[in-house]
Design a protein around this ligand. Structure first.
Ligand code: SF4
Length: 63
């Protein structure tokens, strides 16, 4: 089973970093808020790259 990322939208500051690193998983749902449109849309390595570069660390693996 692929690991599933979750994104805490109450913490997201809408910097667009995750959507640039991993656009097949993350997208902007409004001007200042990102969301997940396809949790298995890219490799775990790319998703972890987005996690590691999120300035507020609001992307994590769901259990
Ligand atoms: S990298 Fe983090 S703060 Fe920036 S848009 Fe993505 S989830 Fe939000």
């Amino acid at each position: 089973m692929p690991r599933i990322p979750s994104l805490d939208q109450s913490t997201c500051i809408g910097c667009e970093t995750c959507t640039r690193i991993c656009p097949d998983v993350f997208h902007m749902v409004s001007e200042h808020l990102a969301g997940i449109h396809n949790p298995t849309g890219d490799t775990e390595e790319k998703i972890e790259d987005a996690m590691d570069n999120c300035p507020v660390a609001c992307i994590n693996w769901a259990d």
